[in-house]
Design a protein around this ligand. Structure first.
Ligand code: NAP
Ligand code: 8YV
Length: 325
C-alpha cells in the first residue's frame, strides 16, 4: 500500500461547490473529484492514496476522516468551518485550514446593506416602484424604523465583526459587543454575556460562528431584551438563532424586524419566517462576489501548495494550529 506524503499524496476535491477553485485544483494537483459519500464506498487502496481533502463546503465527519488513513490536511473553503469536525481531525493529526481575512470586507459590506434594507425597507420600496404603485397609489409609506439613534450590539467582534463595527462608526451609532473575551484593541463597551448586550442594545448583529456553544444562543429571552423596536441581523450562522422563537417574536411584535443571510437548514427557510412581514431574507450571499469567492478559492489552493512544498499551511484553524510546526 502506498504511504502518501507531501510529494505523492492525492487530493480529494468536492464535486460540488465553487467550480473555479475545483478547476484550478485539478490542473495543479493529482486529484480525485468526489463527494464524501462516494469516498466511503471506494476500496481501501484508493482511500489510502488520499493525503489531502479540499472541501468546498462538503462535510468532513469523523467517519470520513477515519476512512482516510493517510489524510494529513483538510483545506476548507470558507472561514466558518462548522462543517468540519476539527477536534476529531486534531486528534487524528490532520491539519485543517480555512479562508479568513480575504472575505472580511465583502461580508461586512453585505451586513451593512442588509441592516439598511431591513430598517428602511429598500427592497420593498423598489418592488413598489416596479409594480407601478408609485403612479397608482403614490409615495411608498414612511418606514417606522431608522438607523438614526440606534445602539448596535455586535455578537462576535472578530475579524468580520470588527469590519462591521468600523463601518458603523461612519453611521454615527453607538456600538457595543459581546465575545467570550474582551478585546484589548477596541474601546467599544464590552458585555460579558449576550443577555447583557441585548439589554443594552436595540439592534443585534450576529457574526458569531456556528458551534455547539453558540447553538440557539439568540433565543426568545435575547429577542425580548432587544424590545419592540428591536432588530436582529444575522450574517454569522443560522444555527446561532432559534428560528422558531425569532418567527414568533416577529409575528407578535416582540421585536420589529430581522435581516437574515444565513439559516439553520439551508437552503430551507422556515415558512413562518417567509410569512413574517418584517424580514429581509438573503440566500447566504454575504461573501458571494466573483472576486471574493476567487480570493477564498486561491487561499484553499495556497494552503495545499504550502503543505505539499513542506511549509506550514498559511491559515490553519486554532484547533489544529499546533500540528503545523
Ligand atoms: P472570528 O474572527 O473567529 O470571529 C468570531 C468572533 O466570535 C470572535 O470575536 C469570538 O470571540 C466570538 N465568539 C466565538 N465563540 C463565541 C461564543 N461562544 N460566545 C461569544 N462569542 C464568541 O471569525 P470571522 O472571520 O469574523 O467569522 C465569523 C463567522 O462568520 C464565521 O465563523 C462564519 O460562520 C460566518 N461567516 C458567514 C459568512 C456568510 O456568507 N454569511 C461569510 C463569512 C463568515 P471570543 O473567542 O473571544 O469568544
Ligand atoms: C460562504 C461562509 O458562503 O466563509 C464562510 O464561512 O459562510 C461564506 O463565505 C461559504 O463558504 C459557502 O460557499
Amino acid at each position: 500500500m502506498t504511504q502518501p506524503d507531501r510529494r505523492n499524496g492525492r487530493v480529494l476535491v468536492s464535486s460540488r461547490g465553487h467550480s473555479w477553485t475545483r478547476e484550478r485544483l485539478v490542473e495543479r494537483f493529482d486529484c480525485v473529484v468526489a463527494e464524501p459519500g462516494e469516498v466511503m464506498a471506494m476500496d481501501e487502496d484508493a482511500r489510502a492514496g488520499i493525503a489531502a481533502f479540499a472541501t468546498l463546503m462538503s462535510p468532513v465527519t469523523p467517519a470520513l476522516i477515519d476512512a482516510l488513513p493517510n489524510l494529513r490536511i483538510v483545506s476548507s473553503f470558507g472561514v466558518g468551518y462548522d462543517h468540519v469536525d476539527a477536534a476529531h481531525a486534531a486528534r487524528r493529526g490532520v491539519i485543517v485550514t480555512h479562508t479568513p481575512h480575504v472575505l472580511d470586507d465583502e461580508v461586512a459590506d453585505t451586513a451593512i446593506g442588509l441592516l439598511l434594507n431591513t430598517l428602511r425597507e429598500l427592497p420593498r420600496a423598489e418592488a413598489w416602484l416596479r409594480a407601478g404603485k408609485w403612479q397608482t397609489e403614490g409615495n411608498y409609506p414612511l418606514t417606522p424604523l431608522t438607523l438614526r439613534g440606534r445602539t448596535v450590539g455586535i455578537f462576535g467582534l472578530g475579524r468580520i465583526g470588527l469590519a462591521v463595527a468600523r463601518r458603523l462608526e461612519g453611521f454615527g451609532v453607538a456600538i457595543h459587543y459581546h465575545n467570550r473575551s474582551q478585546r484589548a484593541d477596541v474601546a467599544y463597551p464590552y458585555h460579558a454575556s449576550l443577555a447583557d448586550l441585548a439589554e443594552a442594545c436595540d439592534t443585534l448583529i450576529s457574526v458569531a460562528p456556528g458551534t455547539p456553544e453558540t447553538r440557539h444562543a439568540i433565543d426568545a429571552g435575547i429577542l425580548e431584551r432587544l424590545g419592540p423596536d428591536g432588530v436582529l441581523i444575522n450574517v454569522g450562522r443560522g444555527s446561532v438563532v432559534d428560528e422558531t422563537a425569532l418567527a414568533d417574536a416577529l409575528h407578535t411584535g416582540a421585536i420589529a424586524a430581522a435581516g437574515l443571510d444565513v439559516f439553520e437548514d439551508e437552503p430551507n427557510v422556515p415558512q413562518a419566517l417567509l410569512d413574517a412581514p418584517n424580514t429581509c431574507l438573503l440566500p447566504h450571499v454575504a461573501s458571494a462576489s466573483v472576486a471574493t469567492r476567487q480570493a477564498m478559492g486561491q487561499l484553499v489552493i495556497d494552503n495545499l501548495a504550502a503543505w505539499f512544498a513542506g511549509d506550514a499551511p498559511l491559515t490553519p484553524v486554532p484547533e489544529t494550529a499546533a500540528l503545523t510546526r
